[in-house]
Ligand binder design. Sequence first.
Ligand code: BES
Ligand code: MN
Ligand code: ZN
Length: 462
Amino acid sequence: MKIKTTAQPITKAPKGYVRLVLDTKGSTRFVEKSGTTELHIVSGAYKDVTPRTFRTLVRTIAQVAKKHEIAKLAVQFSLTPFPQLKKRGDTWVVRTIAENLHLADYTYTAYKSTKEKKPTLEVLLCGDLSKAEAAALKTGEIVAESVNTTRNIANTPGGDMTPALLAKAAKNALRGTKVKVRALDLSQIKKLGMGGLVGVGQGAKDKPRFIILEYFGGKKSDAPIVFVGKGITFDTGGLQVKPGMAMYEMHMDMSGGAAVIGALRAAAKLGLKKNLVGLIPAAENAISDEAIRPGDVLTMMSGKTVDVLHTDAEGRLVLADGLHYAKKYKPGLIVDVATLTGAALVAVGQHAHVIMTKDRKLEDTLRDLGETCGDYVHPLPLWDEFVPYTKGVHGDISNIPSNDSKYGGTINAATFLSHFTEGERWVHIDMAPRMTAVASDKLAKGATGEPVRLLLAIAENL
Ligand code: BES
Ligand code: MN
Ligand code: ZN
């Protein structure tokens, strides 16, 4: 996909372009008019188009154009008839168009033996763009590129994305930017006392890595935002193995880590004047005679001891060490992002990330940022009533409630993490609901690349 611009109105678009027309009703169709082909797509009544439906509309345009192998599409948006978009402003509209055209254009083809020979779609944005709008277009393209980089990393099969290869993917994605990338190996991880990361990774042939991304674009005195992303390169469940199809797609259990990589890439390419750190505890939760067993007790980097009551509750064990390590940066805010619980899908379905924080203002800000950027979030509570469920049997705390309660799984996981974020300003993002795209997203099957846009919005605004 290539986006070009012209100051000419769509009626004067150069020859050879199919013109886009938005209809309030009818159906998708082509119309031949005085030698020009028009592609008609239905938006519904203009006044009803919301920021949410507009995003889907833009994606539909890209997908329909691709499906019909249109090589050149001329598009012009006048905001006047869209009151709900007008409220968001012109630069928001331009950025949203750029982002979502590229997101809808993406497919994961790394493992296709024959590449499809569809023409790359060229979209011509017609009409005068102000300086700010032209910048917004560029921003949108950088953001979408970064989201798609995250999707490439997350979609890579588990056998080809070990912890060491995830570190390499981070280096590749961030090459040429001002982000410094380091990866600690097993001996360094052990030296730091990261018992959670060591324990989860000990059953696998490919050893854990602790990936550190540093971007200092702000003043020295600015407290950084630290993003901690779950980097489980494959989650078998461990000895308490996942049944049947529950294990399928668990190569994407590093999506939180992949999102952190994408967000730092975007932040650096946009030259944000912020200090940002990304931490990715990376391990494979494998099955072998060396894997952790239920009943094993791990000593975490913080010094706390943890009863492993369930080997499939591994994400919180690696995140605990990442969250503790985060404190050394004296952060202004810690954000962790993880495909942490299937219970999050039970709670909210597949259209929002679950966010959890005790900071009500932060919660409200994230809900607003989610609507603005397209990575929608919905809160669940972090209440003290849940703390007793994390009490340990022999250790200080346990990784699942010792009564094996079926209820509140997402809250229990976050409450476990809260033992490692004491005194910090912290928000937890359980992104399991958004790990894979659903049909209404109008995205290719597989990883969504979320919540890169939200993490970037946090970096831009907090
Ligand atoms: N990676 C999974 C959670 C998950 C499930 C993410 C489905 C995306 C889609 C996580 O490590 C896990 O296995 N969680 C368990 C926790 C349980 C053992 C308390 C779960 O959700 O079943
Ligand atoms: Mn698991
Ligand atoms: Zn997992």
